[in-house]
Design a protein. Sequence first.
Length: 421
Amino acid sequence: METIPWISCLLILLQFTVCTSTTSNDTITINQIFTDGDLLISKEKTFAFGFFNPGSSSYRYLGIWFYNIPGQTVVWVANRNNPINGSSGFLSINQQGNLVLYGEDSDPVWSTNASVETTGNLAQLLDSGNLVLVQRNKDKSILWQSFDHPTDTLLPGMKIGVNRKTGQNWMLKSWRSENDPGIGNFFYRLNPNGSPQIFLYNDTTRYWRSNPWPWRINLEVYYCSFINNQDEICYNCSLRNTSVISRQQLDHLGIMRWLVWQENDDQWKEFLSLPRDRCDDYGRCGGYGKCDSNTVTRYECACLPGYEPKSPRNWNLWDGRDGCVRKRKESSSVCGHGEGFIKVESVKLPDASAAVWVDMSTSHIDCEQQCKRNCACSAYSTIFIAGNGSGCLAWYGELIDTKTYPPDAATICMFVLTLLN
């Protein structure tokens, strides 16, 4: 009978320990230890931060997911390449003011590595899904944020591009599989060369490309903008309706998906995915070819005006990878041989990685003359730039990855230099 009070005290102590080890606020301070089982929940209960195991995996990861959505839709992972075996992991702010994740045997497996070392920092999970490490001062200066280190998901307010001051490259990197958030083979990133474009890569191989800047992005859910200044070159998207729950995800198969949460059905609904069709395959029709996915009974590849298949045999076998060459092979240059321009309408412009903005504000006639004066110029396009009027974009050399759009879907056109007689 004398053991009963002792057991009761032990039970009370255990209950007290469990209650105090689990946090449900949005902040970690320097004197707290965040253990497996603890949760940070953003102020409006939009996102949660804690330990999880993906799918059938037994490994533990530290990440962020939507809090009030059935299932566990993870949007960010800290230790994606350094999983923890078991529930021994814990997180704390060290003496230098950095968040550090420790695994088995208390070995560090991940850290924020903020370059500015200050004491008295705190970590906070925001309702945007951004985990921030801030100085504990009046301004709460941000020292590090998860939005600067995307994994496979883009949330409203995140950026894709390059921070010119720090060299930070904001890109998406796919998971290895549904059960493994380690860095996979697929990447979604901005190429700032020439006229900026977004590319999808399989390792280092391009397999999809956006139109060159300035993009015409009109999505029902998002408002997207492009920023190009001395500090950064990037694009980001904001929600038109902030009550909508949405995300963009590069999945482990290399598909870029735009998704919206449907409360009535309790599921994610896809409203856009890339690549969309066979003509989205980068360079499908080779150099100086264009691809038309609207064809049903004929081959989707055709040569640009003034060009013919480089390998007629392969072309007839519906293999256009060799591309096209000028029809008059006896002339290596069109300069001084009756050259002119033919308009090609409703197209996705060719890869502009090596294209040049001749003038950011010029007329169509001036743009044509600029291109015609340079024998290396193969095409040009005058593109509307908000606040500047029309800019002149010129291509020098091979035209690759041109795609035909339906006539009512795009107004972009280019003018290809060719022989007119």
